[in-house]
Design a protein. Sequence first.
Lengths: 241, 65
Amino acid sequence: MVGTGKYADFEQMCRSLEASGAEIVTVAVRRVNIADRNKESLLDHIDLKKYTLLPNTAGCYSADEAVRTCRLAREAGLSDFVKLEVLGDEKTLFPNNEELLKAAKILVKEGFTVLPYTTDDPIVCKKLEDLGCAAVMPLGAPIGSGLGIRNPYNIRIIMETVKVPVIVDAGVGTASDAAIAMELGCDGVLMNTAIAGAKDPIAMAEAMNLAVRAGRLAYLAGRIPRKLYATASSPLEGVIE
Amino acid sequence: MKVSVNGEEQIIASMSVYDFLLSIDCDPRPIAVELNCAILAKKDYRTTFLLEGDQLEIVWFVGGG
């Protein structure tokens, strides 16, 4: 899953989406610029047969704003799929979980398929699942920070706590971060800045594609346990004396 | 008459929401419209006429994460 923000132009965005192998792309809901009608619609550049559109509620700081944005998104996109994001403050962009839970409850009741962006808190994730959210999307680190998965242990506990898919959303900085999320057993990773902000977004998108696949394969393959001391790889018998 | 469109006042003639959208060169397909804080269904654009003091919000999708 990748975002569509911060690209230099539509062509770079399209090529990055393609290279990333993403199946779901997030978009934001904003006012149409009435004064400048020359701007092209984002939807003219996204092949809706190839990608599932996931409108977000980025920039919303209350449940009311987020619910309103979701209703508008449903009308514009004709789909019930929403990434619910209710922010707490501008500096950290951490979620306001109280408002998030309030909004999730209303939206589920109105028939939305709700994918909430949340803190990496297993209790909140469980509450979101109980409310009927289709997945939970704990953050790896603050949005756009590129700090990676700061608390892999919490992500593991979340996966043991909920049955719905777990998608790490935000914090990915480079390919290894995406691989770590997938190695932990997550069902997906959502990223935007890590790709769009890279020097070469298209190459980074491909790196992320490979990392997500590698991480998933490693998870399915089952890693060896960590041990403090060495275990020889070569046979101990027949050593020349 | 005066209406508010995306927070800005505009003086317009009496017309339907559909005609207004065309008058500002706005394709009605990829957008959503709120009229006085309530969603206006696409099927109602042609039959809903703007009134003095109406507040319109017109949104669409832009790049985002």
